[in-house]
Ligand binder design. Structure first.
Ligand code: FAD
Length: 413
């Protein structure tokens, strides 16, 4: 069937209203620039994730409008998160508080189901001046026409034309693959699974997220992140090349750890899985990719910007949204590939130091003895604990982890 659709023109179109897309729309609106924000889904919608919102999320919201931070804090769906608990392969437990330099009164991070957080963020964007939204439209076709992009859904029922296309359509971005040339590479990609459990015992009262590095599951990790109302987000992640090489069945391993792994087994007695265990990919930022070209920009997961050590992608997606809006304002309508390079440069200037360090830290997990050593020492040494705590905020300190002298010092302490 042929549809003779009207072609709608918008100077800027964003595909995907997740954290990257909604942040861009919000930041553009603050600068008085209008856009169309499109999504294939109706909001609220689910997104497979660990649901942990880092300090970067709060800092980015604050950069756009400090009232957004208060707005998020007031949401019933958020749980304050004050730190992270690492459980080393030898079972030793290391608790590291997050630090929030700008406001010691407020929590440094939150945990919130993406169903709620993304809906809150999307609605803030939707209500901002100059943001038009269109839901339930899945963009599948792209064509260059002069200096514009023509995009549409499969049946060409919805056809749009734009001078600047912002691909914020997540890990499976069609545009990033077909036009941006980003291919999935197993060694720069992680597979993740997540299930919601009710009734897991001994969740941290201060909302510490838990990362368990289990000896026979390395270099993968198992997490338990507390949520409001007695729920927890429970999941596993492992690099895709390792999953293929070792023929790992992630779901079987996740359920096995819950059933058999001693430090957590008893905590799951009587706990109930609420809904299915679902999986999704994490495109890691362990390699620099081109993030723009003639008339387009790739944001968030579409630009493979997830931290390869922590798996954190929400904050990075939001930072790319902020950088995209700043670039657009500075370029004043010149969306040539050469001009848009400014976007790549500013994203990587902000994120590459930590992405490349996290790539190095990924290596640490390959050596359980070294991991055990650092954790054993940190359990005994306040100074080392504080150093690790600072590392979450301060990239220079994190840099110490790739310096062999750091481990020598740890050994000598
Ligand atoms: C198992 C797992 C655990 C994770 N845990 C964490 C964590 O705890 N903390 C953290 O910070 N990060 C975590 N991440 C990473 C995080 O989920 C992503 O980095 C983040 O969602 C990226 O945001 P985004 O806006 O780029 O993409 P998304 O959130 O994926 O949003 C993309 C949007 O685009 C829409 N879309 C897609 N295709 C189309 C199309 N063709 N047409 C129209 N719309 C389209 C989708 O409906 C969606 O709304 C995790 C990821 C996984 C898989």
């Amino acid at each position: 069937m042929l549809y003779f659709s009207k072609v709608e023109f918008h100077p800027i179109i964003i595909i995907g209203a997740g954290p990257a897309g909604s942040t861009t729309a919000l930041a553009l609106a603050k600068k008085g620039l209008s856009c169309l924000l499109l999504d294939q889904a109706e909001f609220p919608r689910d997104k497979v994730c660990g649901d942990a919102l880092s300090g970067k999320v709060l800092l980015t919201l604050k950069r756009i409008d400090p009232l957004l931070v208060d707005g998020l804090a007031a949401q019933e769906h958020t749980l304050d998160s004050h730190g992270v608990t690492f459980v080393a392969p030898n079972g030793k437990v290391l608790k590291v508080p997050f630090r929030r330099e700008d406001n010691k009164e407020k929590p440094p991070g939150y945990i919130s189901r993406r169903y709620d957080f993304d809906n809150w963020l999307f609605n803030n964007a939707k209500n901002a001046n100059g943001v038009q939204t269109q839901l339930n439209v899945r963009i599948e076709k792209f064509r260059r026409e002069g200096k514009d992009w023509i995009i549409s859904d499969k049946d060409e029922k919805h056809v749009y034309k734009t001078s600047l296309l912002i691909a914020a359509d997540g890990a499976h971005s069609r545009f990033a693959k077909e036009v941006g040339g980003i291919q999935m590479e197993d060694e720069h990609y992680c597979a993740g699974l997540r299930g919601y459990y009710k009734g897991v015992k001994d969740l941290d009262p201060n909302g510490y997220i838990e990362l368990h590095f289990v000896k026979d599951f390395l270099p993968g990790y198992f997490w338990i992140f507390p949520l409001p109302n007695g729920y927890a987000n429970v999941g596993v992640g492992m690099r895709s090349d390792v999953v293929s090489k070792k023929k790992v069945n992630l779901k079987e391993d996740m359920l096995r750890l819950i059933r058999e792994y001693e430090p957590i087994r008893s905590r799951f007695e009587g706990a109930e899985l609420d809904g299915p265990i679902r999986g999704y990919g994490l495109p890691l930022g362990s390699k620099k990719r081109p993030l723009s070209g003639d008339g387009f920009m790739l944001l968030g997961d579409a630009g493979s910007l997830i931290d390869p050590f922590t798996g954190e992608g929400i904050g990075n997606a939001m930072i790319s949204g902020l950088k995209a809006a700043e670039t657009i304002e500075a370029l004043n309508g010149n969306y040539s590939a050469a001009a848009l390079q400014m976007y790549d440069e500013s994203v990587y200037k902000r994120l590459w130091p930590e992405l490349s360090l996290s790539k190095k830290m990924q290596e640490l997990v390959k050596y359980p003895w070294l991991f055990n050593l650092v954790v054993n020492k940190a359990v005994r040494s306040k100074t080392l604990r504080e150093t690790i705590s600072c590392m979450f905020e301060d990239i220079d300190l994190r840099g110490r982890l790739k310096d062999p002298k750091f481990y020598l010092k740890v050994l000598m302490e």
